[in-house]
Design a protein around this ligand. Structure first.
Ligand code: PLP
Length: 455
């Protein structure tokens, strides 16, 4: 049996990965003895500062499964945190990477360039929201892209302040830690943080009960009164707050904010590192409300698992930086660029935005049924194949992080990898690879339902 997308018959899709049996199959306890042995070595060799969700060590992955060293086959509802959107080891990614790695592995684009980098930038300029003239620059990881978006916005506006939002996540480097909202585990004991970063309230409909108009007034008043619009270089926002718990702002909040930015000469930056590349049922989450950001940061899903990130935006903003002001030794590595071209080709050929919408149509009714039966799901939200539930104490909206951990642990024991998120630690988030066959998605939901009802 070969991996296939839910909308394509098995064996015909370029989405997927190695022809692994698409099944949940447990042959040992989770984790099994070989994983336990490796975990012991890990503890002795790897800094304990590096966290872990589920200590099973993986040997192969593709379609909708992760296979571990003990021979267990788990259903993947995490995509390595929204990265393997096209599936693990997706055929177009593998073939292009193999060709590239055999041809050359590095020159440094700033020293002697190569076509792959330019082709990725052309694809980004074409696919990101808006038909204006654009430029792109490539980097290694999401945090680096966010830092560069801030550098570019400051150079263009000659202003310093950066406005970010409650529940926001932008990375773990010094500047992006300061831009990230949540203290534990991201910021605790790592300060001091960079100055000129200002955090204002996000629209969070389940908890603030505000419509877009009121949520906008609250955020904009804070910017005007506490920062001063003429000091602001950039407003940086995730169109759906990822690590913050898949919070979808009230409809109209993002367009209103973009309008405010434009009226005040502020660069509007959409951090689409988690939401981008077909994940939400459109190419980018901004597309759902027709929002056209000045700059957009991308990473995670861009290259089928290889490390790559980008800033894309209006030509006059991107070109405002002096020559040599942007770059890095590895940024836009040729192998990562080849992977991105393979991933993007897969998304276009297989219409993966449509696959993400199909996954939403399968999952949301099941999550609604679970909410009704259990009484502990306070909110169901997200878009496409980026969905989450917020677990609360029944009869209230009080976050229940203990139940959330218990449900996740029960799913893991049963061979379904789910991730948690949220400022209050009470969100279960679902990010299946878009190559997951429908029968595995349904089976994962069965396991989840059992876990939610017995937690
Ligand atoms: C993951 C993430 C980042 C950071 O990306 P890294 O590649 O981990 O540096 C930044 N912004 C958002 C929205 C993310 O989800």
């Amino acid at each position: 049996m070969t991996a296939s997308s839910p909308t394509a018959p098995a064996g015909t899709s370029p989405v997927g990965g190695p022809a692994l049996p698409q099944q949940r199959r447990l042959v040992t306890e989770i984790p099994g003895p070989r994983s336990v042995e490796l975990q012991t070595r890990r503890t002795a060799a790897v800094s304990s500062g590096v966290g872990g969700t589920l200590p099973v060590f993986i040997t192969a992955a593709g379609g909708g499964v992760l296979v571990d060293v003990d021979g267990n086959s788990l259903i993947d509802m995490g995509s390595g945190i929204a990265v393997t959107t096209v599936g693990n080891a997706a055929p177009h990614v593998v073939s292009r990477v193999q060709e590239q790695v055999a041809a050359f592995t590095h020159t440094c684009f700033m020293v002697t360039p190569y076509a792959g980098y330019v082709e990725v930038c052309e694809a980004l300029n074409r696919l990101t929201p808006g038909s204006h003239e654009k430029r792109s620059a490539l980097f290694n990881a999401g945090a680096e892209a966010v830092e560069n978006a801030v550098k570019i916005a400051r150079a263009y506006t000659k202003r310093q302040a950066v406005v970010v939002f409650e529940h926001g996540y932008h990375g773990r480097t010094n500047l992006t830690m300061g831009m990230t909202a949540k203290n534990m585990p991201y910021k605790q004991s790592f300060g001091p943080f960079a100055p000129e970063v200002y955090r204002v309230p996000l629209s969070y409909p389940y908890r603030d009960r505000l419509d877009a108009k009121d949520a906008l007034r609250r955020a904009i008043t804070r910017i005007d009164k506490e920062v001063g619009a003429t000091n602001v270089a950039a407003i940086v926002i995730e169109p759906i707050a990822g690590e913050g718990g898949f919070i979808v702002p009230a409809q109209g909040f993002l367009p209103g904010l973009a309008e405010y930015a434009q009226a005040n000469g502020i660069v509007f930056v959409a951090d689409e590192i988690q939401t981008g590349f077909a994940r939400t049922g459109d190419w980018f989450a901004c597309d759902h409300e027709g929002v056209v950001p000045d700059l957009i940061t991308t990473a995670k899903g861009i290259a089928g698992g290889l490390p790559l990130a980008a800033v894309t935006g209006r030509a006059q903003i991107m070109d405002a930086v002096h020559t040599g002001g942007l770059g890095g030794t590895f940024g836009g590595n040729p192998v990562a660029c080849a992977a991105a071209l393979g991933a993007i080709a897969t998304m276009e050929e297989s219409d993966l935005p449509a696959t993400a919408r199909h996954i939403e149509s399968v999952m949301v009714p099941r999550l609604r049924a679970m909410a009704e039966k259990s009484g502990r799901i306070g909110d169901i939200r997200g878009r496409g194949a980026m969905l989450a539930v917020e677990l609360v104490i029944p009869g209230s909206d009080e976050p229940d992080p203990a139940a959330t951990s218990a449900v996740a642990a029960a799913c893991h024991t049963q061979g379904v990898l789910v991730l948690t998120a949220g400022t209050y630690g009470n969100v279960l988030r679902f990010l299946p690879p878009l190559s997951i066959p429908e029968h595995l998605l349904t089976e994962a939901l069965d396991v989840l339902e059992q876990a939610v009802l017995t937690a």
